[in-house]
Write a protein that binds this ligand. Sequence first.
Ligand SMILES: Cc1cc2nc3c(=O)[nH]c(=O)nc-3n(C[C@H](O)[C@H](O)[C@H](O)COP(=O)(O)OP(=O)(O)OC[C@H]3O[C@@H](n4cnc5c(N)ncnc54)[C@H](O)[C@@H]3O)c2cc1C
Length: 468
Amino acid sequence: MVKSTSKDLRVVIVGGGFAGLTAAIECKLRGMHPVLVEAYPGASSHGDLLDFVRNAGRVFESWDNGNVGRRLMAAGVNAAKYLEFYNAENVLLRRDPWPQAADKDCVYAGHRGEMHRIIYEYAIEIGVDMQFNKRVEQYLDSDTERGVLICGGEKILGDVVLACDGPRSLARSQLLHLPESTVNSGYAIFRAFFNITDEMRQLPEFSEMIKEGEDSVRFWVGRDMHGFIYTWKNGRDCAWVLTHLDDANIAEMWSFPGKKEDVAKYLKDAGFPIIWHQALEATPADRIIDYKLVWRDAIPTWLSNSKKCAVMGDAAHCHLPTSAQGACQAVEDAVTAAICLQKCNGDVAAGLQVFERIRFNRSHVIHQASILTRNIYHKNDWTPELVREYPDSLIIPFYPWVTDFDVFANAEENFNQLLQDVRSAKPGTIEELALPAGGDYDGMLLEKRIPEERLDELTPSNAVRVQS
Ligand SMILES: Cc1cc2nc3c(=O)[nH]c(=O)nc-3n(C[C@H](O)[C@H](O)[C@H](O)COP(=O)(O)OP(=O)(O)OC[C@H]3O[C@@H](n4cnc5c(N)ncnc54)[C@H](O)[C@@H]3O)c2cc1C
């Protein structure tokens, strides 16, 4: 049954990550009735580094007259001047302005758990119904029951389901009927976050990065390995992440306590500089996580057969960190879904089809770029000369078409035309019916330099070509 107005809609949201929280907040702010169900007992405080750039940052900035943005800014890496790139020999390759230094309003970088907590607290403040400690066992999508069945038997029903249940999404198999695909990316990340002590400040190379009144962000690239070290809050906090080739079979488990000796071996094998060994020495052993990176191939649709349930965020496009956009894209999905539900006058199936057509191509191109970018970092022997010759290749791909994107305006501007397309049953594939992606990553390619036989390594596997 079509509800008379979107205000009556009860939106069941599964997952309290950045996608689920944003969807719940945006639905609530638009007068709907979201109920968020999350398996964990509360807001997740774990994690290390996460950067939100302007395309997602503008969403947080729009909340509570800018107060959420101000809280994120206060918690984050807000006093860095540069992002510095080094090779494994610790030669400085380039120095770019730190995005937050150049773009203060809507760029937030910092501790993932802290940023998650700020957004979670805002959801509480505006009265979002959040139900923690409830694991969804079954998605329900019939004419009589739409919603979820929780372990233990409780049913939570609504008019529409937004499945924001992350990389290991149950919704993909139950709602979209896709076979479960666990794709080992072949890479893993060691991750750590800790408070810097006076003793740590004595480590000579590491201490270079610890400054009163200035945050530091450095990025190293080597053969099959790259890593970031951040220090912030007046040299109080440190986080590092080190992505490396990994041969573990991660079909089931994918996050383990990390061992210092394993990290040391990878650093040694890749010839990473002494500053990395000192950062490792400084790190409390129990603060290292060995996180196996899982990749998911692109999926052909985000909607269930009824078109009244959608997957989004990492459930729809599980990014590798090298796109630097996984969470940002999850936020864009969530806002777009909320706008489409608000504007569809209760015709949820039409609203979600418009949502999919707004998001599909843009999200796909950015998703695929996470492999492309990683390979460009890893498969070249970076020197200052190579960077001079190909200055557009060794970058964090914050292209204007990615970061300046206004998700609110985009959805508002395109909704009516796409709704008309849906209602008139315009023929075409989803790639043809969806908005163009708006850009590509071709500027990063070094094809001229790379031997023909190795070009395959630089192209995302299973990439579906879409309009750009
Ligand atoms: C090391 C690293 C660095 C990254 N850096 C960046 C970055 O700088 N910028 C960026 O934009 N992105 C980054 N990303 C990507 C980003 O973290 C993810 O894309 C984003 O967090 C996905 O959010 P999500 O809400 O879709 O999924 P998740 O955060 O995975 O949330 C899914 C939620 O669903 C819950 N859930 C799952 N199944 C059930 C169930 N059956 N019942 C109830 N609840 C369930 C889970 O408990 C979880 O809380 C990085 C990723 C990594 C690994």
